[in-house]
Ligand binder design. Sequence first.
Ligand code: OAD
Length: 253
Amino acid sequence: MPFQELINNASEKLAKADRLVVLTGAGVSAESGIATFRDAMQGLWAKFNPEELASPSGFRRDPKLVWEWYEERRSNVARNRPNPAHYALAELEKIFLSSNRKFTLVTQNVDGFHMQAGSNNVLELHGNIVKNRCFREDRLLSDAEIERETVPPKCKHCGSYVRPGVVWFGENLPQDTLSEAFEKAEKADYCLVIGTSGLVQPAASIPVVARQSGAFVVEINSLESAITPISHIFLQGKAGETLPQIVTEIKKY
Ligand code: OAD
């Protein structure tokens, strides 16, 4: 089927949907200049051993290396901006809410670009790279609670190192956020999955649960992924080009 026809079909269904759940992954931020996790050649994990850097044991072994790596990633996020895919999703949220329909955006990304683009209700499954937490007590720390004389800096309350507010390998996802995401997936009648390889659990099960509960599943990805076999429609293309086309289409209904 020609691509425009697939867009039209996905948009027609979306225009009629009542309860939309969107799941995004690193591909949504690729066009903002943030490297994806698994894309060959340029992926972050191709250059580093993830267990080495993004895990509590890696941090214990070499806190300075891990902290500096995250500082590098933070400055990359600070240098870059949301792209048309983020803005299209923020617009989609407004369209849904203004017509009293349910909209939930679940993201695996830690860059905060969905909020920057104007999305209001974002479930961040893997945390946020801008935030800081105490490594010992795990609570979120404001700037005023951080002593910046060492690398990594230290928690003013207990003297432990500060760590980035993201979920690392081997750690649990934020329980409330995760439960809410699955609850919404079970109730959804439409699930839009964008720019994720669908390889990391439990996030990858969100579209599976939505589909099992009767949702229509549409995937946008520049390449086939683990989600493609369970999608009703696969839109192969860049998120920053495809999503604005869908938003333009649904405005016609
Ligand atoms: P991946 O890097 O695994 O997958 C990125 C996906 O985006 C791939 O399927 C690409 O084909 C697709 N892609 C790339 N550019 C795109 C574009 N412009 N438009 C549309 N699609 C594009 O990233 P995630 O699936 O998000 O977890 O990875 C999931 C989790 O794995 C991450 O959140 C991270 C990592 O371990 C934690 O850090 C806990």
